[in-house]
Design a protein around this ligand. Structure first.
Ligand SMILES: [Zn+2]
Length: 158
């Protein structure tokens, strides 16, 4: 396992559409493990493969101490409900945060690291996170959807 370099806004990897994962092999498992370590070290809630320079549909989301890390391979959002506006940031856009409107509930269909299909529904922060990370796989950043930027105040809480 290793910490990978997080690409920052302006890097062309962040604006490209990702391809499906076809092989659920050791290379994928290594990528997932590295992404998890990289996300945790950076105090992030989620990380998408293009953020570490890999143009494949792979996402990790930290669901908190009890639930561990959710791994989404080739995720497709199948259902969303409601909407709310809250502040979000991105590890690829350091030092910034902004208000973005997202669904309150999002259901995603994806594969796990062994190629088994499953469905996951996230609410509030996790719905936000699923949408934010799936946007990365389409080459989109939250800054294109932001309603207004705010001064980040969450950095001091670490
Ligand atoms: Zn992001």
């Amino acid at each position: 396992m290793a910490i990978r370099k997080i690409r920052e806004i302006g890097d062309p990897c962040l604006n490209k559409k990702c391809r499906d994962v076809e092989n659920f092999d050791k290379k994928l498992h290594d990528l997932l493990d590295d992404m998890k370590d990289t996300m945790i070290k950076a105090n992030g809630v989620g990380l998408a493969a293009p953020q570490v320079g890999i143009l494949r549909k792979v996402v990790v989301i930290d669901l908190g101490e009890e639930n561990g890390v959710l791994e989404l391979i080739n995720p497709v959002i199948t259902h969303t409900e409601g909407s709310y506006t809250d502040v979000e940031g991105c590890l690829s856009v350091p030092g910034k945060a902004g208000e973005v409107e997202r669904p309150t509930k999002a259901t995603v269909k994806a594969f796990d690291r062994n190629g088994e299909e499953f469905e996951f529904t996230g609410e509030d922060l996790y719905a936000r996170c699923i949408c934010h990370e799936c946007d990365h796989l389409d080459g989109k950043l939250y800054v294109d959807k932001v309603i207004r930027f705010i001064e980040p105040d969450y950095e001091e809480e670490d």
